[in-house]
Ligand binder design. Structure first.
Ligand SMILES: [Zn+2]
Length: 224
């Protein structure tokens, strides 16, 4: 009888533990082994001529709410260095990089997933697997004219969740496609890969080396 009671108790403990683990998994990023420590760099500390247009720190984004308390952009050091090299290449053409988003805490990816309708979810990452933005190795960006400060024309705006956002979209004007393809070429030369659905999103080649982080911007230990 005592043995039977013990077996039932053990089973109960297992069931409770399993439930706790499942609940915890939904509120925390995936844990992976053998990943590098985050070494996030604030991009403008490497080159203050980079332009920031952090729409998630304002209300003119697809969520319609402020999701970042601070208008800042970070990436892991090797990715940040590569990005600055692209920016310097563009200077010769009187252009520069404008950054919409870099490192993104995991809890923000979870929020994006929850507010996005199912038929548009190819444009947002599933929090179960996380985003390369969460690893500090993805960036959303475009180009601006150094003289006027204005964004160059692209086939679509940032976070346009339509076919126009595809890097293979054949519509729009020749000038828009030329700008988009120039950005892609220079980013690819520095080890970035464009996303299949979004001309503005690029992943850095080292992304697998880094974990999914949920560090708030205010908590990032900055420094070179
Ligand atoms: Zn992105």
């Amino acid at each position: 009888m005592k043995k039977c009671f013990l077996t039932i108790s053990t089973r109960l403990v297992w069931i409770i533990l399993t439930c706790v683990c499942i609940c915890a998994a939904q509120n925390a990023p995936l844990k992976e082994g053998n990943k590098r420590e985050a070494h996030l760099i604030e991009l403008i500390t490497l080159d203050d001529t980079l332009k920031l247009d952090i729409r998630y720190a304002r209300t003119d984004n697809f969520v319609g709410k402020v999701v970042y308390a601070e208008a800042r952009a970070f990436m892991q050091r090797p990715a940040a260095d590569a990005l600055v090299r692209v920016h310097r290449q563009l200077k010769r053409r009187n252009l520069g990089l404008v950054i919409f988003d870099g490192y993104r805490p995991w809890s923000v990816t979870k929020l994006f997933w929850e507010v996005t309708p199912e038929d548009k979810r190819k444009f947002v990452a599933n929090p179960k697997t996380g985003s390369r933005h969460n690893r500090g190795c993805a960036v959303d960006l475009s180009m601006f004219d150094l003289k006027t400060g204005k964004l160059v024309e692209m086939p679509s705006d940032f976070d346009d969740f339509t076919d126009r956002a595809s890097p293979k979209y054949v519509g729009g004007t020749a000038a828009q496609r030329k700008n988009r393809d120039l950005l892609r070429k220079l980013m690819e030369d520095e080890g970035f890969t464009v996303n299949d659905n979004e001309w503005w999103h690029f992943d850095y080649k080292d992304w697998k080396d880094y974990a999914i982080y949920d560090i708030a911007f205010a908590e990032v230990k900055t420094g070179k």
